[in-house]
Write a protein that binds this ligand. Structure first.
Ligand SMILES: Cc1cc2nc3c(=O)[nH]c(=O)nc-3n(C[C@H](O)[C@H](O)[C@H](O)COP(=O)(O)OP(=O)(O)OC[C@H]3O[C@@H](n4cnc5c(N)ncnc54)[C@H](O)[C@@H]3O)c2cc1C
Length: 215
């Protein structure tokens, strides 16, 4: 069993308003063993900007593509051969994988030193990639799926949508982004809508109140 913290509201013994609290939730044991992670020198097949901040990366990683399950991620080492920094690999969700072609695809935001370095890798270079990692999502037959994701985090759900849809499971995705405009922030709906989901929606959070309207 896996334990995760979940925020709850606990009714006080004396009545009155519910108080927020935290409790341990036990997830059921995975029904299948996780795929064994491997390390691969993955060739960069395509790598380009999709917006000012976000980039698309396609890698030839046949071993990882063959076994990755929905919701899993990889760790990417950004130091080139002979370099010692950055020492720590960076985690990235598998946005798409194609076991036949032996490819995995990643969408990432350039936010710091590591992702700035990742952005310098050109087509034809190799990246050391370890995966697949993380607990995959399990979806039972005969159910339907509601996927809720925000911004770049949505990319960890696209493989869930693909697999669920391929199995004939009704899949609805609700995504949100800072701007609601895919041209400035990818919410992955472009990929979900035609290939994966019966319906998808992009929600834009309301703008914060202007100083004149704040109470
Ligand atoms: C399991 C997992 C899967 C992930 N999948 C993806 C993915 O598919 N695509 C993706 O873009 N990212 C993903 N991330 C986040 C990604 O790993 C980080 O953005 C990345 O490691 C940042 O490394 P860096 O060296 O560029 O930034 P750092 O040097 O670590 O951080 C630089 C600055 O950026 C800030 N920062 C760091 N991460 C973020 C962020 N995500 N958003 C905004 N500010 C940030 C830090 O607070 C810091 O101020 C994932 C993370 C996890 C744990």
């Amino acid at each position: 069993m896996t334990e995760v913290m979940s925020q709850t509201t606990t009714p006080p013994a004396t009545g009155g308003p519910r108080k927020p609290g935290w409790e341990l939730v036990k997830l059921p044991a995975p029904s299948h063993p996780r795929p064994k992670p491997i390390a691969e020198n993955a060739r960069v097949l395509a790598h380009y900007s999709i917006t000012d901040r976000y980039r698309f990366l396609s890698l030839h990683a046949p071993g990882i593509a063959a076994t990755a399950l929905p919701g899993q991620f990889v760790m990417i080492t950004l130091a080139r051969s002979g370099e010692s920094a950055p020492a720590l690999p960076r985690p990235m969700a598998i946005y798409q994988r194609d076991p036949q072609q032996g490819t995995i695809e990643i969408l990432y935001g350039v936010v710091g030193d590591g992702t700035r370095r990742l952005a310098t890798f050109a087509t034809g270079e190799d990246l050391l990639v370890v995966g697949p990692l993380g607990r995959p999502f399990e979806i039972a037959d005969g159910t339907s799926v509601l996927l809720i994701g925000r911004g770049i985090g949505t990319c960890s759900l696209t493989t869930v949508a693909q697999d669920a849809r391929a199995r004939g499971i009704r899949t609805v995705a609700v995504t949100s982004g800072r701007t609601g405009r895919p041209s400035s922030e990818p919410t992955c709906t472009g990929n979900w809508a035609p290939n994966a989901c019966t319906r998808s929606a992009t929600t834009t959070p309301p703008a914060p109140p202007s100083p004149s309207t704040r109470g």
